[in-house]
Design a protein around this ligand. Structure first.
Ligand SMILES: Cc1cc2nc3c(=O)[nH]c(=O)nc-3n(C[C@H](O)[C@H](O)[C@H](O)COP(=O)(O)OP(=O)(O)OC[C@H]3O[C@@H](n4cnc5c(N)ncnc54)[C@H](O)[C@@H]3O)c2cc1C
Length: 519
């Protein structure tokens, strides 16, 4: 992936078949779907890939036990199928994760065992392991620091776990591997229309140089998540809002708070939500909340009451009560939920996706989940093909390996998120041994990863690397601030930037990362 090359390329292409706005899970899913069917495809992202919600999820590839409880059977069926396909197509990023529901009521055991047996049945051949009721001893053996008072056994079940922004980067690479074009930091600022009022392209602006581009396309897809209404209103300013942003917050704690390999799932907290505590990259991610918001932003911030809720609820189940000073990082994301009917609460709105087409031909895809990104792409491109009058071609993504795919991936070697690219990172080190140096004495991230991210993954700013190429911002925000200067130095050399650039990058990264700390 080379941004300068792509910027030159888009000047030479008179018209794209499909132009996708938004470089999160949904946009990348649409663009990969279009390119792999053989359509000339361009994806534009205003900031970095997965800067929005797609780097801020709970990191689960799941059918959604909760949606089963809500009776949303079709969503669960679809998500379970997609969970299996994603595990099959990106085994280097998706792993099998055991979850334990601890029971503190007499009825919890039989109730959740039955429900999860249904969940297993619904996953069919793509199931990840059988759910079963387990004894109190088995629960405490699996999670030694779970509160034992009143514990009455539990239920173990299996779902997938992944690295969300790494998958986004690998999807952008898959897009390019299939002759598509992806460009970050290129914001769509307007829609172009023909004499009949039909959309036939976009205006876009380079975030670094302010250069303007007029890009023609047979169909334009709006896959901008919580920003969808901004694009819809560029087309028709009077349109009523279609999105309700709902904020979800996670905190990240040291692994001592959740010993063992299993995750905890609390199906019903005091206020009717679901709480997860999931091991992730050697830490524990705990969340989440569901708070309806009025405004959308690329950097949402946790509200004090959301932090208190997570800390207090986790403290009810864990023997070590986590406190604010234990939080290594806190991150918030906005769910792009389709606007509800009157009186519907955000936690009750279906997580299914919705595709709409405006009278001027803008194709909007809203809602959905990371897990179902591929199916969302498939459905959206089916619709876009009709709108653009493109030749119909079958989808090939269901059984298509994603960039980095390795058969039977089981590597625990670090860095182990890169799949087949790991060998190429090792080659960089073989050429220049200094790249084997660690960025931090506390974490195994290497200088070679910085070089790799700039050369091959379109990382352009220190934040791109620390937040989304590796996940240090989310794993330990304070330590990420400490390593920012060395990352800036390696990036500056690769990008041919001056010393001043390094200083500005470190300053702006430090300001951003402070927003992920509680004090
Ligand atoms: C707290 C939380 C936890 C979640 N957990 C899970 C989970 O565990 N598993 C799961 O399957 N799903 C989960 N989800 C849902 C999932 O994360 C989202 O459905 C998904 O990431 C949405 O992706 P998106 O591409 O639609 O939006 P985004 O990721 O927000 O992408 C939209 C992109 O459009 C770009 N954009 C906006 N305007 C423009 C413009 N004018 N020009 C160019 N680009 C533009 C933005 O910069 C952004 O990058 C969770 C969601 C939240 C909030």
């Amino acid at each position: 992936m080379n941004r300068s090359f792509n910027l030159k390329k888009i000047k030479d292409i008179p018209e794209w078949d499909v132009l996708v706005i938004g470089g999160g899970a949904t946009g990348l899913g649409c663009a990969v779907e279009a390119a792999t069917r053989g359509y000339k495809t361009l994806l534009l992202e205003q900031h970095d890939f997965a800067k929005g919600t797609s780097s801020r999820s709970t990191k689960l590839v799941h059918g959604g036990v909760r949606y089963l409880a809500q009776g949303d059977v079709s969503l669960v069926l679809e998500a379970l199928k997609e969970r299996g396909l994603l595990k099959q197509n990106a085994p280097h990023l998706v792993k099998n994760q055991s979850f334990i529901i601890p029971n503190y009521d007499w009825w919890g055991g039989p109730f959740y065992t039955l429900g999860l047996k249904v969940y297993d049945m619904m996953s069919g051949k793509l199931g990840l392991g059988p759910s079963e009721h387990i004894s109190t001893e088995e629960v405490t053996k699996a999670i030694p620091n779970l509160k034992k008072k009143g514990l009455n056994g539990g239920v173990i079940y299996y779902d997938g776990q992944f690295d969300d922004s790494r998958l986004a980067i690998n999807l952008a690479q898959t897009l390019e591997d299939n002759h598509g074009t992806a460009i970050n930091y290129l914001k769509v600022t307007g829609l172009l229309k023909d004499n009949f009022g039909f959309i036939n392209g976009v205006n876009a602006v380079d975030a670094f140089t302010e250069e303007e581009f007029r890009l023609k396309a047979k169909v334009v897809i709006n896959a901008t998540g919580v920003f969808a209404d901004e694009i819809i209103q560029m087309d028709a300013p009077e349109t009523r809002r279609t999105i309700v942003p709902s904020q979800g917050v996670h905190i990240v704690l040291d692994k001592k708070f959740l010993q063992g390999d299993s995750a905890i799932m609390i199906p019903r907290t005091s206020d009717g939500r679901v709480l997860f505590a999931v091991p992730w990259h050697g830490k524990v991610v705990v969340g989440t909340t569901d708070t309806e918001m009025d405004k959308v932003t690329l950097e949402p911030r946790a509200l004090p009451e959301e932090i208190d809720f997570i800390l207090n609820t986790a403290g009810k189940y864990l023997t070590y009560q986590p406190k604010k000073e234990d939080v290594l990082s806190v991150f918030a994301g906005l769910r792009p939920l389709a606007a509800p009917d009157e009186n519907e609460k955000t936690k009750e709105i279906s997580r299914s996706h919705k595709i709409t087409v405006s009278p001027s031909g803008l194709v909007n895809i809203i809602g959905g989940k990371w897990t179902t990104y591929r199916k969302m792409g498939e459905d959206t491109i089916d619709k876009a093909v009709l709108i653009a009058g493109l030749e119909e071609k079958p989808s090939v993504t269901a059984n298509m390996p994603i960039h980095g795919y390795i058969m039977n991936h089981q590597s625990t070697e670090f860095p182990n998120n890169y799949g087949s690219d790991l060998q190429k990172i090792k080659l960089l080190i073989a050429e220049n041994h200094s790249l084997a140096e660690r960025l931090s004495p506390k974490y195994p991230f290497l200088k070679a990863e910085v070089v790799w991210a700039v050369r091959e993954e379109m990382a352009l700013q220190v934040e791109d690397f620390l937040a989304r190429r590796i996940r240090l911002l989310l794993l330990d925000a304070r330590e990420s601030i400490k390593v920012a200067p060395v990352v800036a130095k390696v990036m500056a050399k690769e990008l041919n930037k001056r010393r001043n650039w390094q200083k500005e990058q470190v300053e702006s990264y430090t300001n951003l990362a402070k927003g992920y700390l509680l004090d």
